[in-house]
Design a protein around this ligand. Structure first.
Ligand SMILES: Nc1ncnc2c1ncn2[C@@H]1O[C@H](COP(=O)(O)OP(=O)(O)OP(=O)(O)O)[C@@H](O)[C@H]1O
Ligand code: NI
Length: 248
């Protein structure tokens, strides 16, 4: 198969306490596939994204391997082959206008036009390009972060919570864009609490519970009362959604 990302026995531990924050994570991702990563707050989703990108904070260390196209991931893959749509807007350069930041990552001659097209696709006015990050609302900043990732040539996109803070229209636009990214043959790791997005985009869903993946389920197993789901935590997560509240 066209496996593009492989995570093998990945663990992340806090150096001082030797406490495991992630333990023995295994999964792979092929071209054009979307794997959703769900789990409670604090279960380790963002840490997994950071570990894949070699961006772990210094007080944490990791074991195991992350392979891009069969070879160890290195720092040069970041931004080039694997991009992150980060959870926090602090990832933007506070001193550079956002249009320039987006253009900087688009590797085609007409980067200015591509940047403007991306802004429009994400429902942002062209004048946003001339603003600094602090002049954006939370939802606008999130869409700018997405434009940066989607404009790059990377073949793997890791999206850490791309939809919160967006109104319904902007959220649907973001989901449509991610769908296009997938159809272009890129692989997506979609970290989210939003099951709307999961059900519209994901092929499979990895469920993280206290630092371990307890189940990787087919996305279409998230239906009915969750009888096709294997792990009690996955079932509980599914049944706790407001739209499933009629299920006893
Ligand atoms: N640098 C660090 N040092 C020690 N512990 C950390 C560090 N970074 C994260 N953690 C801890 O690791 C755990 C997982 O954090 P992480 O940010 O990955 O959670 P998450 O699943 O992304 O949560 P959320 O849904 O709220 O974004 C948390 O308990 C967090 O406090
Ligand atoms: Ni997180």
């Amino acid at each position: 198969m066209n496996t593009i990302l492989t995570v093998n026995g990945l663990s992340v531990l806090h150096q001082q306490s030797e406490h495991y924050l992630l333990e023995d994570i295994n999964f792979s991702l092929s071209k054009g596939q979307v794997l959703a990563l769900v789990g409670s707050s604090g279960s380790g989703k963002s840490l997994l994204a950071q570990a894949i990108l070699q961006l772990l904070p210094e007080n944490l260390c990791h074991k195991g391997e992350v392979l891009y196209n069969g070879r160890q991931v290195n720092q040069y893959d970041r931004g080039k082959n694997i991009v992150l749509i980060p959870q926090s807007v602090e990832a933007l350069d506070p001193l550079m206008k956002v249009g320039k930041q987006i253009e900087g990552l688009i590797q085609t001659e007409d980067s200015h036009q591509v940047m403007l097209d991306l802004l429009a696709r994400l429902g942002l006015e062209a004048e946003i390009a001339a603003r600094y990050p602090f002049q954006l609302s939370g939802g606008q900043a999130r869409r700018v972060l997405a434009a940066i990732a989607l404009g790059s040539s990377a073949s793997i996109v890791i999206a850490d919570e791309p939809t919160p803070g967006l109104d319904k229209e902007a959220k649907n636009e973001m989901i449509a864009l991610l769908k296009e990214v997938q159809q272009a043959g890129k692989a997506i790791l979609l970290i989210t609490h939003d099951f709307d997005a999961v059900l519209q985009l994901a092929d499979r869903v990895a469920v993280l519970y206290q630092g371990s993946i307890v189940e990787i389920a087919d996305a279409n197993h998230f239906s009915g009362d969750g009888q096709k789901l294997a792990h009690p935590f996955t079932k509980a997560l599914w049944q706790s959604l407001p739209q499933n509240s009629f299920i006893k």
